[in-house]
Design a protein around this ligand. Structure first.
Ligand code: NDP
Length: 449
């Protein structure tokens, strides 16, 4: 259950509800942040006077557009495209594009709002934004995906630029889609502006480690939380929801750090393999052949597929939700704690409902919220922009070390800020306050814009 807000914050929150009717995920994301900000307004009256919270909750710009495209049979389809340019106090808008049928303005706004604080936590010069479409890439041919991406970017390109707005991937948008969008951007603008999109292919401006970054970063973050409790991944049984980009590289880093991942999933069900997941097979099924996770059974008869199953019912010591928002509710959280879970690191954005978050915080397990734990993806995107700006490319080892240092730094800042504000061990408070203050100070410095 949500905490009580003080009168000032309650008024601000009610205003957000009134101005953004029906956008429930956005409301949830806003509430979670402003619940932590009462003590910040006491220390910084200038934030209240300058209406920083009210301004931060209102995107600088929201773009909604039609995306017409033709399938392989020549039939015409119409989707809706979005880009919410939320806050540019710290740098150009930066945040991924999501292609999924559930996408509507409320989802993009929740993701864009989270992105402001996440990007601030990375310490890199990037503002917050997010975009996407209700287009479903599942079951579409490469040509259909290409035509969609070309139509999408033909409208969006005028709002983008390496110093203005720099999209990347998210659910349903990986290297293939980024390639098609970059190609069309280059064609329309007649500029090889590498820094306009991140997540590019390695031979044309992409950065090593970007593909791995979100999953690796989330695992580094959990490793730091465990270290703070004098513990480690060694021998820990772990579960990771999803089997997309974030999930795959979370599993890989868990295995490298000595943990054993026994379950993952997709939207059809859960794979449970007690002796530990065969990651090379999952990579082949998902990254190369674009198949369903159920096909894992064809190769491992001793694994189980639980159709429409709930992965959080499987006992684990470390849980890393890496699929989508609100995938862990209060009941799931209670079950995880009861079954001996001691750490949760969110690879996905807002995967735990407010009721679930409360269960984790009350149980005092190590709980790393998405905006801190999964910031490694966007941080490495910023490293890609750095390499593009100086026409350089760094080695895997160097880039991974930079990513790990960034995650260690984010953990330290969240940990120390939580202590400073009287909530030791509470990374939600630490992440929200630390992320907010940096943006707020920049907004005050830049005047009323
Ligand atoms: P992918 O599209 O690569 O993978 C998503 C995975 O989650 C798939 O296995 C998918 O299953 C599953 N999934 C998606 N939606 C649902 C749903 N509604 N119910 C059940 N399963 C679902 O996306 P990513 O791995 O890139 O993203 C996963 C999460 O991580 C998202 O919350 C995203 O916002 C977050 N994130 C991603 C970053 C990145 O760098 N990619 C950076 C920071 C956060 P199926 O194939 O069956 O749909």
């Amino acid at each position: 259950m949500a905490e009580q807000l003080n009168e000032t914050l309650e008024t601000m929150y009610q205003d957000v509800l009134k101005r953004n009717p029906g956008e429930v995920e956005f409301h949830q994301a806003v509430r979670e942040v402003i619940e932590c900000l009462g003590p910040v307004l006491v220390k910084h009256p200038e934030f209240k006077e300058r209406k920083i919270i009210e301004r931060i909750c209102e995107p600088e710009r929201q773009i909604i557009f039609r995306v017409p495209w033709q399938d392989d049979k020549g039939h015409v389809h119409i989707n809706r495209g979005f880009r919410v340019e939320f806050n540019s106090a710290l740098g150009p808008y930066k945040g991924g594009l999501r292609f999924h049928p559930s996408v509507y303005l409320g989802i993009i706004k929740f993701l864009g709002f989270e992105q402001i604080f996440k990007n601030s936590l990375t310490g890199m010069p990037i503002g917050g934004g997010k975009g996407g479409s209700d287009f479903d890439p599942k079951g579409k041919s490469d040509d259909e995906v290409m035509r969609f991406c070309q139509s999408f970017i033909t409208e969006l390109y005028r709002h983008l630029g390496e110093h203005t707005d720099v999209p990347a991937g998210d659910i349903g948008v990986g290297g293939r889609e980024i390639g098609y969008m970059f190609g069309q951007y280059k064609r329309i603008t007649n500029r090889y502006e590498a820094g306009v999109l991140t997540g590019k292919g390695l031979h044309w401006g992409g950065s090593l480690v970007r593909t791995e970054a979100t999953g690796y970063g989330a695992t580094f973050f959990v490793n730091e939380m465990l270290k703070a409790r004098k513990d480690s991944f060694a021998g820990k049984v772990c579960t990771v929801s999803g089997s997309g980009n974030v999930a795959i590289y979370t599993i890989e880093k868990i295995h490298q750090l000595g943990g054993k991942c026994v379950a993952c999933s997709d939207s059809n069900g859960v794979i449970y393999h007690e002796k530990g997941l065969d990651l090379e097979l999952i990579k082949r099924l998902k990254e190369v052949e674009r198949r369903r996770i159920e096909d894992y059974l064809t190769y491992h008869k001793d694994a189980k597929f639980i159709k429409a199953g709930n992965i959080w019912e499987i006992p684990c010591q470390v849980a890393m939700p890496s699929a989508t928002q609100n995938e862990i509710n209060g009941k799931d959280a209670k079950l995880l704690v009861k079954n001996g879970c001691i750490a949760v690191g969110e690879g996905a954005n807002m995967p735990t409902t407010p009721e679930g978050v409360k269960v984790f915080l009350d149980a005092k397990i190590a709980y790393g919220p998405g905006k801190a734990a999964n910031a490694g993806g966007v941080a490495t995107s910023a490293l890609e922009m750095q390499q593009n700006a100086c026409r350089d490319s760094w080695t895997f080892e160097y880039t991974e070390r930079k990513l790990e240092d960034i995650m260690i730094g984010i953990h330290k800042n969240c940990f120390e800020t939580a202590e400073e504000y009287g909530c030791p061990g509470n990374y939600v408070v630490g992440a929200n306050i630390h992320g907010f203050i940096k943006v707020a100070n920049a907004m005050v410095a830049m005047g009323l814009v």
